[in-house]
Design a protein around this ligand. Structure first.
Ligand code: ASN
Ligand code: ZN
Length: 320
């Protein structure tokens, strides 16, 4: 498993050699008095004021509200994944607390990270149910926080599509890890758990087949391309951040099917720490391929991994 890989001599060696801040934080995390992130769940009571009423904090017994308990449990799983699989201590790698707001607004149909905390709407019960129903959506939002503290990808155009891409990668990878699924068992759908009765479609997005999710009379198919030749160049959605993310999403799916999702996610996670705010698709391919090469050279991943990653990007048109 990846955990045993991390415990290997190889990784301990690597940790001594690296000087980046992730490395320092990783060592700090293992110090006996390292601070562990606390979960703080607030109820917005259907208003838009954040941190309105603290309803469950770390160590508290269950609330009478299942939305509060579900999100508390799921955020705990996401925190464990970063700690155990990626050796990262919370959002900032220093044990930053995890602030979660639920019951935001009236029938609010979205969830977001606002730069310092997570916010979840209830949905309208007709199109979308509560946004806390989906582990991949919760993990997607928390990944925006991790991205902010690493590559800090600017939220428009290609860097924005990469930002969305990394959130879908960790959203799906964490859900698979928690459910004990392999890449072959997984549905590769984002947000399928929050589709209510009127939205007869499957999900918000599909990483396996971008452009094929939520097929229904209300909204039609999702607008994601699955190849660079279909790249969206319009102004909508911050120049297509949730649209063009379909292209690298498909590449991540292809790599995961070959080497397993945890290993693919390790490559992507390490690459995220090496990327920068205005990185382009081309930059991302270079860094992800180079990270795969590095992990292969260090014998953390097996021979041939770099070729698999290159081929996946080639299949979606991102690499010649
Ligand atoms: N749920 C959306 C997301 O996390 C909110 C947004 O558009 N930023 O991508
Ligand atoms: Zn997002």
């Amino acid at each position: 498993s990846l955990q045993s890989l991390h415990q290997s001599k190889m990784i301990r060696q690597e940790r001594r050699e690296e000087t980046g801040k992730t490395n320092v934080a990783e060592i700090a995390m293992q110090a006996p008095h390292a601070h562990e992130a606390n979960r703080l769940v607030y109820d917005c009571e259907h208003g838009t004021q954040l941190r309105k009423k603290l309803v469950r904090q770390e160590g508290d017994s269950a609330s009478s509200d299942s939305v509060v308990n579900d999100v508390y449990e799921m955020i705990g799983k996401v925190r464990e994944y970063y700690k155990n699989v990626m050796l990262r201590n919370s959002i900032d790698a220093k044990g930053m607390d995890l602030i979660i707001n639920v019951h935001y607004g009236q029938k609010y149909m979205n969830a977001f990270w606002n730069g310092s905390e997570m916010v979840f709407g209830d949905g309208d019960g007709t199109i979308f149910s509560n946004f806390t129903n989906s582990l991949d959506v919760i993990a997607h939002e928390l990944a925006h926080a991790v991205t902010q503290y690493t590559a800090n990808l600017e939220y428009y155009g290609q860097s924005g599509a990469l930002n969305e891409h990394f959130s879908d990668v960790f959203g799906s990878a964490i859900q698979q890890h928690v459910k004990g699924q392999t890449a072959h068992d997984a549905d590769w759908l984002i947000g399928n758990e929050l589709m209510a009765k009127e939205l007869q479609g499957e999900a918000l997005r599909s990483m396996k087949a971008p452009g094929t999710a939520y097929d229904n009379k209300l909204m039609g198919k999702d607008p994601q391309p699955d190849h660079l030749s279909k790249y969206y160049i319009g102004a909508d959605d911050n120049q297509g951040v949730h649209i063009n993310s379909g292209i690298p999403n498909k590449a991540f799916y292809l790599v995961s099917m070959e080497i397993g999702t945890d290993k693919a996610a390790l490559i992507w996670y390490k690459a995220l720490s090496r990327l920068w705010p205005n990185a382009s698709f081309k930059d991302a391919v270079e860094v992800i391929v180079d990270t795969a090469r590095k992990l292969t050279n260090e014998q953390i991943l097996s021979l041939g991994t770099t070729q698999i990653v290159r081929a996946a990007f080639k299949e979606v048109g991102m690499n010649e």
